[in-house]
Design a protein around this ligand. Sequence first.
Ligand code: C2O
Ligand code: CU
Ligand code: CU
Length: 502
Amino acid sequence: MNRRKFLYSFSFSAAAVIMSGCEKESDKSVELDKNSDETQKTVQEPPKNIADNKFEPFTQKLRIPKEIDFEKIAKAKFNAQKSLTALYKEKKTDVLTFQGDLPNPTIRIKNGDDFELDFTNSLEKPTIIHWHGLLVPETMDGHPKDAIATQMMKEYRYKVNQRAGTFWYHTHPHGRTGEEIYYGLAGLYIIEDENERKLNLPSGEFELPLIIQDRRFDKEGHLIYKETPQDNIGVLGDVIMVNSTPHPYKNVKNTKYRLRILNGSSARTYKLAFEGIESFTLIGTDGGLLEEPIIVKDILIAVAERIDIIVDFKDKKVGESITLKTLGFKEASNFAPNSAYPDFGAKMDIMRFKVTELSAQSPLQIPKKLSTIVKMKASDASKSRVITMEIIEGGVWTLNKKPYDMHRVDERVKLGSTEIWEIKNSVHMAHPFHMHGVHFQVLDRTSKIDFPTDNGWKDTVLVMPIETVRIIVKFTIPGLFIHHCHILEHEDHSMMANFLVE
Ligand code: C2O
Ligand code: CU
Ligand code: CU
């Protein structure tokens, strides 16, 4: 049996477990296919990660991505390539980068400005860059059908035409997005506008991008991706990197910081909280600023979602530290795909802030009113459609029971129309649902869990186990776009579909 076939047939028995939703001890996780050599091997082998023995958290300084600022330059160049870099101490590992090292640069651009980037593919297989959350023409979006061959170049040219916010970019080749992002091909994309500048939010050294990604390392410090067939349920790691730095620390002053957080993981949802700080303030979601700040104690962030928060270290003395962590929670899934690694709802430390200096600045106030969001109502919609999330025979993750076909149009939408999409999750595992080419609002959801992020503009929404979430979308850009689950192993196999706006 070839490997791919095997992975599918395995994940079918795993799928049965997910669908039945029975509680499993994390050390048993999913049923194993007893007939397979490969499975036997993984069971006998001890975990290969370095976290247990040599890994020491909070010893590496947080890396800050350099910026490509379109106020200073007119055009950028990206070249997807294999690079060698040290992520953990001096241990070198193969990674994939756009400019030779990790983290990849953060793009910063103002609404109304022209974006120009020449992209060269120096990988062995076709690939394409997608600008996640950007409202751009179909040809600029980075649909998998537009992947360019090895050594080919694509010119991205578009005018940014949307409100300020934290977005991101990553490659999007069909079937390989998970692997490419895992090894590095992703970065942040910040849009600014006048409205936001007037608010005087923390900036400069007080504005930090945090790309959170859980990863696996072997004893030599090499990144490792899929190891067992169960990993098709979602690759979970035990070492959390922030901006490509495993469990970093950051020296801070005792004042307010704006954190632009992206969950750039393969599968893991985080329930973020600060140890040592009671609450923090949510000011923005996927599609930019909220209308008003919301004070929270913790917050769920699924793969591909962004949150914009203000955390205030003002009550801390020099020498104190504050740990950003993910709280243990069971709501998103109740099993572990690979028992060598922490399960979906595991409690883990992420990074540490160390107060090393008093702030000289007088403290900034968070404005009471951040932006205006015109709320759409169900009655604005001219049509409703249902998208189901399910596993079909063969263990394939799907939308509406159809494995992805790049050239099949699954949904036809009228240009300019507003629709309600009812996303029904029939599985005992949460899935982040994402759409290209639009921003949407969440109308309602059937679970009782509170999602403060539902108050803002979204391009990705977490649909909890056996939950239905209704979103309302206005389609303003013509062309063929995709909607998919953003757990990378699910979108690769093959929980994705095309919608055509015409
Ligand atoms: Cu992050 Cu298809 O997108
Ligand atoms: Cu996207
Ligand atoms: Cu999924």
